[in-house]
Design a binder for this molecule. Structure first.
Ligand SMILES: Cc1cc2nc3c(=O)[nH]c(=O)nc-3n(C[C@H](O)[C@H](O)[C@H](O)COP(=O)(O)OP(=O)(O)OC[C@H]3O[C@@H](n4cnc5c(N)ncnc54)[C@H](O)[C@@H]3O)c2cc1C
Length: 557
């Protein structure tokens, strides 16, 4: 059995920032990650990270207001204030650790414009910001004494007397299960992208931590808020960063019209993501699209700027759509990108289960509410990753180790063994694909009661199929067949909380747009929806939105 003060599940930006903070505060820390750390999805972040720096005449309150308006007033304003206030120091801290942000002509940190914000306040490293930040934090974690368990897969959280006291993880190289005892666990396991198909997310984004927290009794909040990004590539759903529009690219319909004039005359292509995605979908639905897409036109930006700032997405367009953005408009459409909901936490990352924390895309603090602004997620991972690491490492100083032993691993082993012993049944692949397709059909940009009920009934069938799923590969060493099957179980839980939240919310707000209930209803629905498990069944609770000083207004861009 391993023994730590704090265990962090996940080595993306949130997990590494949390681990570093906890270790610097004196805790004995482990990070567990199912992939090599720098292959975490944070690595794929392209566009940048927001912060209002006062030396530009910007201020945190403007950033907070833009975020709250972007969230369609569902974000908790105390949490947004914390994020916007602490943004500057986090970005400067990353710079001091070694992140080589792009510079402006005067040699200061450069900024680009991003959607839904009245100021250009997005700091960036070309179009691979996430990669740059992740490598810097990885170096820091490696030199900090944190023990990193690479290619270890967390299967279960251990709770004792309703307190989280560790977890069980599989060393994927040997297939062996280990009990890892700790006084606190921080879940930083990223989003649920692949519950939808297609998605901009990596194949590993399967909502493992959200499901584990749900099974451990934690509240899961606002899962109906699923972000469809306005510019994903036609063929494979890969992301064409908002940075393209931030640098000045246009959106055109089949008639060559900059159609955003009709929907957001002031902000145009840089309205918030939910607004742009709805506008595109309306154009497509009303017959002004081309093969289910509209066009991203960056030709007027010129090859020099594109190569300096958008080189990676230029290559994506060439490789996957056969279009070079220097010479051709690129066909794009709204695609699943981000989950605003997640494990409900306070502003220090604490969940409703003592000893259990969450940070990053896995968590719902909530700073994104009904719609996240581009470049606020990297910021969320750093600010709340650090805060949860700091808080957990203080808390563990007051805690005695729990008296647990290896029986937890043997129980997990029995479950996995019975899965491996099954030698007939369906494999995970088709179930996973059917799940993704039903979610993408019924819980996309536009939703209605009938479609969401269809998704609910499809999910019941999929769960039944999963109950007799077979793992064909019986080996212990790097059994990816087994890992994918376990992940599918997590994905089904995430889909369940999403569908429950979506059916519950009887209004349109942010990314949750119902054609049968098109208005926002602040009187009845200015509140969070929390789903938790009670006696194995989902239970719904409401939590009021925390409003500090910005009263809900009509949202126009
Ligand atoms: C293509 C793309 C571009 C983006 N661009 C931007 C951008 O420019 N700006 C912005 O702000 N946001 C952007 N985002 C969103 C942002 O990148 C993510 O929300 C954020 O990086 C998530 O970080 P994280 O630390 O929470 O999780 P991740 O980086 O996803 O890391 C999750 C970690 O959890 C581990 N893990 C998961 N399950 C298990 C398990 N069972 N056992 C062990 N380990 C496990 C994984 O190994 C991984 O290390 C983008 C997202 C995508 C997909």
């Amino acid at each position: 059995m391993f023994d730590f003060d704090v265990i962090v599940m996940g080595a993306g930006l949130a997990g590494m920032r949390a681990a570093l903070a906890a270790s610097q505060n004196g805790s004995k820390v482990a990070v567990i990650t199912k992939v090599y750390p720098v292959r975490s999805h944070s690595n794929a972040a392209q566009g940048g990270i927001n912060a209002a720096l006062t030396d530009r005449g910007d201020n945190w309150e403007d950033h907070a207001f833009d975020t709250i308006k972007g969230s369609d007033y569902l974000a908790d304003q105390d949490a947004v204030e914390v994020m916007a206030r602490e943004a500057g120091s986090e970005v400067i801290n990353m710079e001091h650790m070694g992140a080589a942000f792009n510079r402006d002509d005067e040699g200061r940190l450069g900024v680009r414009a991003f959607g839904g914000q009245r100021e250009a306040r997005t700091f960036f490293v070309a179009d691979f910001t996430g990669q740059a930040l992740l490598h810097v934090l990885h170096e820091q974690v490696l030199s900090s004494g944190v023990q990193v368990f690479e290619e270890w897969f967390v299967t279960t959280l251990i709770t004792e007397e309703e307190r989280c006291v560790g977890l069980v993880a599989m060393d994927m190289r040997t297939g062996e299960l280990h009990v890892m005892r700790s006084k606190a666990v921080i879940i930083a396991s990223g989003g649920v992208g692949r519950v939808f198909e297609p998605s901009t997310n990596a194949l590993i984004c399967t909502g493992d931590g959200i499901s584990l927290a749900y099974r451990a009794g934690a509240g899961i909040m606002d899962m109906e808020m699923v972000q469809y990004h306005p510019t994903t590539l036609k063929n494979n759903g890969a992301l064409m960063s908002e940075a393209a529009r931030g640098e000045g690219a246009y959106l055109l319909n089949a008639e060559g019209e900059r159609f955003m004039e009709r929907y957001a005359p002031n902000m145009m292509e840089l309205a918030s993501r939910d607004v742009v995605s709805r506008s595109e979908q309306t154009e497509i639905n009303e017959g002004r699209g081309i093969d289910g897409c509209v066009l991203l036109d960056a030709r007027h930006l010129g090859e020099k700027l594109i190569n300096e700032r958008l080189l990676q997405i230029r290559q994506l367009g060439i490789d996957f759509a056969g279009k070079d953005m220097v010479t051709d408009p690129v066909p794009i459409r709204p695609g699943m990108h981000y989950i605003m909901g997640g494990i409900k936490t306070d502003i220090d990352g604490l969940t409703s289960v003592p000893g259990l924390y969450a940070a990053g895309e896995t968590a719902c603090v909530s700073v994104h509410g009904g719609n996240r602004l581009g470049a606020n997620s990297l910021l969320d991972t750093l600010v709340f990753g650090r805060r949860s690491g700091e808080h957990a490492s203080e808390w563990v100083k007051t805690q005695a180790p729990a008296s647990i032993d290896d029986t937890h691993a043997s129980r997990c082993l029995e479950e996995i063994q019975s899965l491996l012993d099954r030698d007939s049944g369906e494999m995970f692949g088709q179930i996973r694909l059917d799940l993704g397709q039903t979610m993408n059909k019924h819980l996309a940009v536009y939703r209605d009661q009938k479609g969401m009920e269809q998704a609910k009934s499809d999910l019941a069938d999929l769960k039944q199929r999963y109950a007799s799923v077979m793992v064909q590969d019986k080996n212990k060493i790097f059994n990816t067949n087994l890992i994918f099957t376990l992940e599918l179980g997590f994905m089904l839980d995430c889909a369940e909380t999403t569908i429950i939240g979506a059916l519950e919310r009887k209004e349109s707000r942010g990314a949750h747009t119902r054609t049968d209930m098109p208005e926002r209803d602040d009187k009845n629905w200015l509140k969070h929806i929390v789903v938790s498990q009670s006696n194995g069944k989902p239970k719904i609770d409401y939590v009021p939105v925390n409003i500090t000083k910005w009263q809900p207004q009509e949202r126009k861009y």
